[in-house]
Design a protein around this ligand. Sequence first.
Ligand code: BEZ
Ligand code: FE
Length: 257
Amino acid sequence: MALLVKHLHAFVTESKLTKEEWMKGLEFLTQSAAITDSERNEFSLLSDILGISSIVDVVSQPVGGTSSSVLGPFHSHDSRLQPNGVDLTGDQPGDRTWLHGYVLDQEGHAIENAEIDFWQNADNGLYPAQDSAQDPHNLRCKIKCAADGSFNLLTIRPHPYTVPTDGPVGALLAASNRSIWRPAHYHVIVSAPGYIGLVTELFPQESDYIDNDTVFGVREGLIVPFVKSSNVEIANRYDLDAPFYEVKFDFKLVKQT
Ligand code: BEZ
Ligand code: FE
């Protein structure tokens, strides 16, 4: 607290903050509180667009594993456990994408009993919480990885997305001439007994806004190619028209000490 107060005071002194400006600041916080409830948290969004979530993430990241990234507001604790290899697509639109890889330790050995928690937005750019036409479980699942650490699932290519702009944070972004967009991404939480849990994202390398994520979540090691594939075994398994997209990514976890 002492350090926080020291820096807040330094900010007021250096910027020669006026009473009117401080009143505006308090109004901003009051408006943020007014629209925050169990479904929506404007303070989390403020933390995200100020880059605070991201820098907290970077300074608390254990050394040696896959980079972590922001959690965002659309994770669900009720995600269903699905078999490894699940097809999440059903009959919805979207470019079919086979996501696969391994959960490994720092030496590159398979981790047993690893679990993946996966979620993303639909082809219209929306998450189920924003779109009542979607089943709440659409394009999300938990998977227990195989004994060799491998996981795979069929999903769709994700889409760039705007953060919610109907509250004070949206007004702040507009007033600061800031982008409201996030690049396309998959969200993944990887966990395994004895290892530090990983909250991260994967970003298609060709996505718009990859260099200008309004919540600063992109890390170099998390940008992945979406490769066109005509793998017959996978096309047959999921009854796909080739080519489909393939994304391979291995997650590295750090041991708990
Ligand atoms: C998202 O990934 O969906 C997200 C992350 C931070 C703020 C808003 C949305
Ligand atoms: Fe997201």
